[in-house]
Design a protein around this ligand. Structure first.
Ligand code: GRF
Length: 185
């Protein structure tokens, strides 16, 4: 199968990147990971790019010149899909427009519930019965674009922020890959 080229954006631990790299090694998976972009040169997740010899770059996309450089690289590398995997910056509007419909994000709640930060805390305060993750297209409104898929689990009485995070992230690894298969069909 001819795989399309993708770029993964990360800011932190990069465990979703790790899972996506694993999926991309599968012959039938529709994308190759050709590039990793971060806003944080110390992001732990960069270790996975290094390990798998995937080129990576640090850009501050709020700086005009750096944004132009990033756009150039993405064009040059013929990137067809951008996956935000724990990317903690808001993308500039014109950047989103240039890749309209080609940027997807994973969010650790069942959207449209609990957009933004501190989702696990909010879920506990609201005494939700279930929670999970959502993969969605990125628009210029925060955590608001068309939903591609969601995965959920039921919350136990004993759950706390840490355990919710752990359970959610476990779901995320499959959810992201499934969503990519769905959008690249
Ligand atoms: C994930 O929980 C994702 O939903 C959120 O940020 C976290 C990133 O984790 N947007 P990692 O960097 O992939 O380990």
């Amino acid at each position: 199968m001819v795989k399309r080229k993708s770029c993964i954006f990360i800011s932190g631990s990069g465990t979703n990147l790790k899972a996506l790299i694993k999926s991309s090694k599968n012959y039938n998976f529709p994308i190759d990971i050709s590039f990793v972009i971060t806003n944080n040169k110390n992001a732990n997740g960069l270790q996975f790019a290094k390990l798998h010899k995937i080129p990576f770059k640090t850009f501050n996309l709020n700086n005009y010149r750096e944004k132009e450089k990033a756009l150039n690289q993405l064009r040059k590398k013929k990137i067809k899909l951008i996956c935000l995997a724990g990317y903690m910056k808001i993308l500039p509007k014109d950047f989103i427009q240039k890749f309209n419909g080609k940027i997807i994000n994973i969010h650790p709640s069942l959207l449209p519930k609990f957009k933004g930060l501190n989702t696990f805390e909010k879920v506990l305060i609201k005494k939700e019965k279930k929670t999970g993750c959502t993969v969605h297209f990125v628009t210029d409104k925060l955590d608001d674009g068309k939903i591609i898929l969601k995965k959920f689990f039921y919350i136990d009485k004993e759950d706390n922020i840490q355990s919710l995070k752990k359970k959610t992230q476990k779901l995320e690894y499959n959810a992201f890959s499934e969503a990519i298969i769905k959008v690249m069909k």
